[in-house]
Write a protein that binds this ligand. Structure first.
Ligand SMILES: [Zn+2]
Length: 316
C-alpha cells in the first residue's frame, strides 16, 4: 500500500478528471454539421484535454498561458487593464504581462489558430486545437486561476487550489452535478466573452478563500485531513466530510463553473467553424496522429512523467 503526504505527485489545473469531462460534454452541444466528426474523435478530444498541463513540464513559456492574476490590476471592473493584447502591452511591458499570466490573450490566439485549421480542413489540427483551447477555457473558469494567491499561500491555506478544482469535482461531479447545457451559440465578440468569464472567476476567488478560511477556523484541524483513496492510492488529503462541508458552503459554485466551461468550450469550437465559412467536416473521418505528432506526444508524456513543473504549479 502506498502513502503520499498531503498531495499526489502531480497536481493539475481542474484535475485530469474535470478537464476530460468538460471537453467530452462539450461535443454534445455542437450542431448537426459538426457533431459527427467530433463524436467520431471524442476519445482524441477527451484524452488531449490535458496536453497543455503536461506541456508545463517541458516548456517554460507554457505556465503563464493557464492563468491571469487579476488582483495585480486593481479590482472589478479592472478599468486599468486593456482587453486587447496590443493595448495591454502599451500600458505594461510584455515581461510584466507574462509574469502575471496571459490566459485570456492566449485563448484568443488559439481561437484564431482553430479558425485557420477549419479553413484548411486539417482534421488533426482541428482536433488538437479544439482539445487544447478547451483546456485553457476551462482553466479561466477556475476562480483561483485569476488570483495571485492561487494556492492560498498568502493566507495559510496551501492546498486549496487542488481542493477546489480536483478534489471537489472528483467527489461530487459524477453523482451530483447537472452538467446539461443548452446548445453551443455563436459568440459575436470572443475576446470580450472570455474576459467576462475571467471577471466572474476573479469575483468568486474571494469567496473560494474566505469560505474555506471560516470553515477551517470553526472545526478542529484534525478533522480537515484523512487518509483516503484517490486514483487507487491511499493519500493524506482533505477528508471527504470536510470536503462536503466546504462544497455545501460554496453553494453550487464548482458545478456552475464546470457547466459554464462546457458551454463556452462548445461555443468557441462552433464560432471558429462559422468564422471559417462552415467547412464540410463530413469527409474528414477518424483522425490518427501523424508520426511527427506521435513523437511530440511521447516527448510530452516523458516530460510529464519525469520532470519538475516549470513555473507556477497548482500545488505550490
Ligand atoms: Zn491548466
Amino acid at each position: 500500500m502506498m502513502f503520499f503526504l498531503a498531495s499526489p505527485p502531480h497536481a493539475f489545473c481542474w484535475g485530469f478528471f474535470a478537464h476530460k469531462q468538460i471537453n467530452y460534454d462539450a461535443v454534445f452541444l455542437l450542431p448537426p454539421a459538426m457533431i459527427p466528426f467530433y463524436k467520431l474523435n471524442i476519445d482524441f478530444i477527451t484524452e488531449h484535454a490535458v496536453d497543455p498541463d503536461k506541456r508545463r513540464y517541458a516548456i517554460p513559456e507554457e505556465g503563464s498561458r493557464h492563468y491571469i492574476d487579476m488582483d495585480q490590476y486593481g479590482s472589478f471592473p479592472f478599468a486599468n487593464l486593456p482587453q486587447h493584447w496590443g493595448d495591454a502591452i502599451q500600458q505594461y511591458s510584455e515581461d510584466s504581462l507574462v509574469a502575471h499570466g496571459i490566459a485570456p490573450w492566449w485563448i484568443s490566439s488559439m481561437h484564431l489558430r482553430l479558425k485557420k485549421a477549419f479553413e484548411l480542413k486539417n482534421p488533426e489540427a482541428i482536433l488538437k486545437l479544439s482539445a487544447e483551447i478547451g483546456h485553457y477555457i476551462a482553466d479561466i473558469h477556475v476562480p483561483l486561476h485569476t488570483s495571485s494567491n492561487h494556492n492560498g499561500q498568502k493566507t495559510d491555506q496551501v492546498g486549496i487550489h487542488g481542493f477546489w478544482e480536483s478534489r471537489l469535482p472528483e467527489l461530487f461531479a459524477q453523482q451530483h452535478y447537472d452538467l446539461i447545457n443548452s446548445k453551443a451559440l455563436y459568440i459575436e465578440k470572443p475576446l470580450q466573452y472570455i474576459w467576462q468569464r475571467v471577471y466572474e472567476s476573479s469575483l468568486a476567488s474571494d469567496s473560494v478563500l474566505s469560505l474555506e478560511k471560516n470553515l477551517a477556523n470553526s472545526i478542529p484541524s484534525d478533522m480537515r485531513y484523512a487518509f483516503e483513496t484517490r486514483n487507487g492510492m491511499v493519500v493524506k488529503q482533505y477528508s471527504s466530510s470536510y470536503a462536503t462541508l466546504y462544497h455545501t458552503k460554496l453553494n453550487g459554485m464548482v458545478e456552475r463553473r464546470m457547466r459554464s466551461s462546457i458551454f463556452t468550450v462548445a461555443s468557441f469550437w462552433y464560432t471558429a467553424w462559422v468564422d471559417a465559412g462552415q467547412p464540410d467536416l463530413q469527409l474528414l473521418g477518424k483522425v490518427k496522429l501523424s508520426s511527427e505528432a506521435q513523437t511530440d506526444q511521447k516527448l510530452l508524456q516523458s516530460a510529464w512523467l519525469g520532470a519538475k513543473i516549470m513555473g507556477r504549479s497548482c500545488s505550490n
